[in-house]
Design a protein around this ligand. Structure first.
Ligand SMILES: Cc1cc2nc3c(=O)[nH]c(=O)nc-3n(C[C@H](O)[C@H](O)[C@H](O)COP(=O)(O)O)c2cc1C
Length: 208
């Protein structure tokens, strides 16, 4: 697939077909992740691979509770002083799927990166975190190039530490995201997205 076609086709998927994925393809996708830029030249991240229902149910019971608790109808119809936004509509679509979009993906990939905490007084303190997101974006694009699609969940509050402990991730590593990879169900509702207008984004020489 041509590069810009890949970029234009990539989208977050939350419903997958029950169609298996060859693990060799997953390895190619992760290898694309490994080609990402790295802040310290070490590329010292790893990937935890979840395949079975048991593995996914064990890891993601926190996400399941959140998804089960969320009432999309109530959220969509709650009184607001302004019209509902695209982001809120997306949230209402995404929240009930936070567990199913991982459980029903043939593979879940959990990148882990070397860092004890994500805090710091300068941008460079975030370099390990920034680097793993370069890896993650390469994974999204490579999956798209393979005709696959990804779901992504960012661990919420204590969910990070809960999953880290369950999966026996070393104390010096962190989990930025859980990624489901599989064949997108083409019948999933496609919500409208907002895109910036290039003319309004560009500031030549200085802001004004
Ligand atoms: C930093 C970041 C965090 C996100 N967290 C979640 C998440 O926890 N759960 C989820 O379903 N989607 C999550 N998303 C996906 C966004 O909802 C999605 O990227 C956005 O709606 C744009 O849609 P697109 O990816 O299809 O272009 C996240 C995306 C980013 C970049």
């Amino acid at each position: 697939m041509e590069f810009y076609e890949v970029v234009n086709k990539r989208r977050t998927t939350r419903e997958f077909l029950q169609k298996q994925v060859d693990f060799e393809v997953i390895k190619r996708i992760l290898d694309a992740g490994n080609k990402a830029p790295t802040w310290n030249h070490n590329r010292n991240w790893s990937f935890i691979v979840l395949k079975t229902d048991e593995e996914k149910e064990y890891a993601f019971d926190y996400a399941k509770k959140i998804a089960d608790k969320f009432d999309a109808e109530k959220y969509l119809n709650m009184p607001r002083p302004y019209p509902i936004t695209l982001g809120q509509k997306m949230y209402a679509h995404a929240m009930p799927r936070q567990f199913a979009m991982l459980k029903n993906a043939p593979y879940v990939i959990i990148p882990v990166f070397k860092s004890k905490e994500v805090t710091g007084g300068s941008f460079s303190a975030f370099n390990p975190f920034s680097t793993i997101w370069c890896v993650i974006e390469n994974i999204f694009l490579a999956a798209t190039a393979e005709g696959l699609s990804c779901s992504m969940r960012i661990p919420l509050n204590e969910e990070h530490d809960i999953v880290k402990e369950k999966l026996k991730v070393p104390a010096t590593y962190m989990i930025p995201v859980f990624i489901g990879i599989g064949y997108a169900d083409p019948s999933e509702l496609q919500l409208e997205q907002s895109y910036p207008e290039m003319d309004k984004q560009l500031h030549f020489g200085r802001w004004k």
